[in-house]
Design a protein. Structure first.
Length: 94
């Protein structure tokens, strides 16, 4: 089930010369977001445990976000990107 704030992203693919539009579902978007957040965390030199301690989250929350087992709020994404010192505004808004 889609969340009201979810955005549908269209991806164009080619199948035998025919252009087909495929909508990414919320699970795929969540997986991509989780992978990007993990990449940012690792680039910042932080562990999942240190992030969880910083926000006083359950130890497994960061793991669940990065593996797309739970939906993540826009606020959590902003807070994580701030913690990871991601300053590129275009990247943050993507």
């Amino acid at each position: 089930m889609d969340h009201p704030e979810a955005v549908v992203v269209s991806v164009a693919t080619r199948t035998e010369g025919v252009r087909v539009s495929v909508d990414e579902g919320p699970t795929l978007r969540r997986r991509r977001l989780g992978a990007e957040l993990k990449r940012c965390r690792e680039a910042a030199g932080m562990t999942q445990e240190s992030v969880s301690r910083h926000f006083e989250w359950h130890a497994a929350k960061v793991t669940r976000i990065e593996t797309a087992r739970v939906a993540v709020t826009a606020r959590d994404v902003r807070d994580l990107l701030t913690l990871y010192k991601v300053q590129d505004q275009d990247y943050r808004e993507a």
